[in-house]
Design a binder for this molecule. Sequence first.
Ligand code: FES
Length: 103
Amino acid sequence: MQKPKYHAFVCTSSKINGQQKGFCSSKDGVEIVQNLVEEIEERDLNDSVMVTNVGCFGICSSGPIVVVYPEGVWYKEVAVDDVTEIVESHFENGKVVERLEIK
Ligand code: FES
């Protein structure tokens, strides 16, 4: 396996006990990660973008949170409808979606 160019961590409020219960999961966190994976597959970006489902980042009231490396960009209040823009702008064109960025 080759190392991906981008690694996106999506908060779905996954707990250590296996439950998905928390702010980001109540705000479509699971749907966001599913749509992100689908969009990446449709655009044939599987080799350059890895998506990982994670637990709480500790800033729940700003969720759902998506964190992207190597830049260390933290996106806040991500909605299902924002997924396409993140994929197009950030992963295809290398341009951070500033309106969602935590600065
Ligand atoms: S549950 Fe997502 S940041 Fe806390």
